[in-house]
Design a protein around this ligand. Structure first.
Ligand code: 13P
Ligand code: SF4
Length: 302
């Protein structure tokens, strides 16, 4: 593995490439990553970088977002099967139908969606800025796609804004029940419970903190507590265990695994970079329209 890591690092230098990695990736990916974080953080790095090649260790919509923002760069996804179950729940035809049902209402699009869907929406958001984005619209009603849980969680935080949601979700988070949290609370009465907002609102409301993957990691960084229950994908608790060996992290369920996120291996990263394969390509009209959606978000959420 050491040899492979060295080879990837050397290739990055030779080719002026960077590697962006989501916090759900297999932990060894961090050994070669330039930036590790949540969707918003990684999108901002894709926007800022002077690199010629971006290797995205994440899922398809994340690499596609990097390409939308930085069309002049070569964006590579090491494993092309790394999709997102939630993003696949809405396609172009379905977003058109949803908008027709509610004419004239602005549409907020969670970043976990395809470029074709983003192209039909007014503004993008991530789990860390969704509240700020919905607030910025200053309207009594918004449409929110595809994550119904995040949309309804945002509605709970806002007085007088109706968030009309599309019926999508992330099965990894949606499967958590409020009884799971109640059970954890009883079993670990001194622990802080940290929850990703892709969980059902009835679950999120029971947390001590609700936020994005980076938000959860930041919460631990600033906290003096010693025990935490992590209610998101295993990659987050793996990184926390590595970085804070003197604290205890309990993953809410053993099966909190995003299979797509775990597909990417160091071998595939090396292969993609060495041969410059698995490049993300986009129709230019779709790219421009989806860019507007993301750019509006990046202007609100600096
Ligand atoms: P973050 O924005 O917190 O990185 O979430 C992305 C995601 O896919 C969570 O399931
Ligand atoms: Fe998509 Fe869920 Fe995996 Fe996140 S955890 S990438 S929302 S399937």
């Amino acid at each position: 593995m050491k040899n492979l890591i060295e080879k990837i690092k050397k290739l990055k230098e030779e080719k002026n490439a960077i590697i962006l990695a989501h916090s759900y990736q297999n932990i060894e990916v961090d050994e070669v990553a330039d930036f590790v974080g949540d969707s918003l953080y990684l999108s901002k790095q894709a926007e800022k970088t002077n690199a010629s090649i971006i290797v995205f260790a994440g899922v398809y919509f994340m690499a596609q977002t990097a390409k939308i923002i930085s069309p002049e760069k070569k964006v590579l996804l090491p494993n092309l099967n790394a999709g997102c179950l939630m993003a696949d729940m809405i396609n172009h035809e379905q977003i058109i139908k949803f908008k027709k049902k509610y004419p004239g209402i602005p549409v907020v699009c969670y970043i976990n969606s395809t470029a074709e869907v983003k192209a039909e929406c007014d503004i993008c958001c991530t789990s860390s800025n969704a509240l700020e984005i919905v607030k910025s619209l200053n309207t009594p009603q918004v449409l929110f796609v595809p994550d119904a849980n995040l949309g309804k969680w945002i509605e709970k935080q806002l007085q007088g804004v109706e968030v009309i949601t599309y019926n999508g979700n992330c099965p990894v988070h949606h499967n958590i029940k409020k009884e799971d949290i109640e059970h954890a609370r009883k079993k670990y009465p001194h622990a802080k419970i940290l929850i990703h907002p892709e969980c059902k609102p009835e679950v999120s409301i029971l947390g001590d903190f609700v936020g994005s993957t980076s938000g959860i990691i930041d919460f631990v960084k600033k906290s003096s507590d010693k025990q935490f229950v992590i209610v998101t994908e295993k990659g987050v608790s793996d990184r926390l265990k590595r970085d804070y060996p003197d604290r205890e992290f309990i993953l809410i369920k053993d099966n909190m695994l995003c299979e797509s996120m775990k597909l990417t291996t160091l071998e595939e990263i090396w292969h993609a970079l060495e041969y410059e394969v698995n490049e993300i390509k986009l129709d230019e009209d779709v790219r421009k329209l989806s860019y507007n959606c993301i750019d509006r978000m990046l202007k609100v959420s600096v």
